[in-house]
Design a protein. Structure first.
Ligand code: NAD
Length: 421
């Protein structure tokens, strides 16, 4: 019997006794990893007795890797993730002066993890800055490999920058560079292929999970050939390949202009009644407002890298902050998936017992769902809900909750295990 997850006919297939590689992470990574694994193991045991069990295999990255191997991200770590497909990681500090901008970005790019998935859901009892946090249930699909994040940048004054600027001005006839002598440049690659694979993943997720809509978030009114193209490619994909499962706002507008508003609304309502996923689009700045004022209007969100970065943090703040919001980086084609805490290494509280393990733990729950171990995932969700509603929390939430009880990182994890019924 294998202990490796595999992709068979496009589906992830996980054995009952898989080996899951994990990176402990720097700073509070050490504090939150073992308690997280303890809770996940308890949930799996609760759900499946002795018929399923995870074996955790530590792989090195970050400061621990540097000490042991002389490099922050050893090849062996990448190879082991490739071998076992599914892994989980704590936060990693960004190395200074090693030619790597960020270990996280390096991992995403090396494994081509093109989807950054962030589910945003509120747990009863968790302090929120908005009036109706219970109406928040969003799933962000952020493109992970393109956009201004590709790292194609030219610093003003450098020889390459001069070459690039001269090319733009002399060869391309560009006359809109306001201060050519002191301008730095960044390139924003957005491709049809890259956009389609991200948007396709969002569509598939919405259809499979029976969610009502996918919102394409973009700034296409200004950046017409990159963000505007992203929107159009999304609509094309829905209409050409998902005609039976979706109905788009673009189709609505077409019917409206040809037959009038009443007919368009009838078709839209019929589409909703028959369970079709509604595909719409919103300009990024409007989305940031709407998600605060009318969060119930949005379900799955598909967007490019930079928008996705901003949106993820705002939505996370709406349901309790980065300390409890999970994330995953996934390539749905080859199956590679790394689940991760979305916060950083929090050096200011490392080793104090004040870290909230919920972000990593909920990432672990996403991992269980990706594996198809939904019963175990449910155990953790229920127990966390119970724990929050009893106001037994770590110090980040304790500071904002009345009549709460303060727990350390590992006490909080034990409390969750105690609340698994
Ligand atoms: P941070 O997320 O580490 O900390 C920001 C604030 O949030 C701090 O006050 C911290 O105490 C608090 N915080 C974060 N996680 C918490 C948790 N689980 N429980 C309670 N409080 C928590 O961000 P930073 O200080 O900007 O970054 C520190 C380091 O982490 C940097 O080296 C940065 O590059 C790295 N980083 C890594 C990742 C990642 O690995 N995914 C993400 C962001 C930052």
């Amino acid at each position: 019997m294998t202990n490796k997850a595999q992709i068979i006919n496009g589906q992830i297939v996980v054995p009952d006794f898989p080996i899951i590689p994990f990176i402990e992470g720097d700073g509070i990574g050490k504090d939150i990893t073992a308690p997280t694994q303890k809770v996940i193991d308890a949930a799996v045991a609760k759900a499946y007795g002795s018929s399923r069990k995870i074996t955790w295999k530590e792989v090195l990255a970050g400061d621990k890797a540097l000490k042991a191997t002389g490099t922050h991200l050893p090849n062996e770590t990448i190879e082991i993730f490739k071998e076992y497909l599914i892994g989980i990681k704590g936060p990693l500090s960004t190395p200074v002066g090693e030619g790597i901008r960020s270990l996280n970005v390096a991992l995403r790019q090396t494994l081509d993890l093109f989807v950054c998935l962030r589910p945003i859901r509120w747990f009863k009892g968790v302090p929120s800055p908005i009036r109706y946090p219970s109406l928040v249930d969003m799933h962000i699909f952020r493109e992970n490999t393109e956009d201004i994040y590709a790292g194609i940048e030219y610093m003003t004054g450098a020889e390459d920058t001069k070459k690039f600027k001269d090319f733009l001005i002399n060869e391309m006839g560009v006359s809109k560079i306001r201060f050519p002598e002191s301008t730095s440049f960044g390139i924003k690659p957005i491709s049809k292929e890259g956009s389609e694979r991200l948007i396709r993943a969002a569509f598939e997720y919405a259809i499979k999970s029976e969610l009502p809509s996918v919102t394409l978030v973009h700034k296409g009114n200004i950046m017409k050939f990159t963000e505007g193209a992203f929107k159009n490619w999304g609509y094309d994909l829905a209409e050409n390949e998902y005609g039976n499962e979706t109905f788009t706002w673009r189709q609505f507008e077409k019917i409206k202009s040809e037959k009038g508003l009443l007919d368009a609304e009838k078709v839209l309502n019929d589409a909703k009644k028959t369970g079709k996923v509604i595909i719409k689009d919103v300009i990024t700045d409007a989305f940031l407002q709407e998600s605060l004022l009318r969060p119930f209007d949005h379900s799955v969100i598909a967007t490019m890298n930079l928008n996705g970065d901003y949106i993820s943090d705002q939505l996370a703040a709406m349901v309790g902050g980065i300390g409890i919001s999970p994330g995953a980086n996934i390539n749905y084609k080859n199956g590679y998936a790394i689940f991760e805490a979305t916060h950083g290494t929090a050096p200011n509280i490392a080793g104090t017992g004040n870290a909230n393990p919920s972000s990593l733990l909920l990432s672990g729950v996403m991992m269980l769902e990706y594996m198809g171990w939904d019963e175990a995932a449910e155990h953790v969700y229920d127990a966390m809900e119970h724990t929050f509603s009893k106001r037994r929390v770590t110090s980040d939430l304790f500071a904002h909750m009345e009549a709460a009880t303060l727990l350390t990182t590992s006490e909080f994890a034990d409390e969750i295990i105690k609340n698994m019924h």
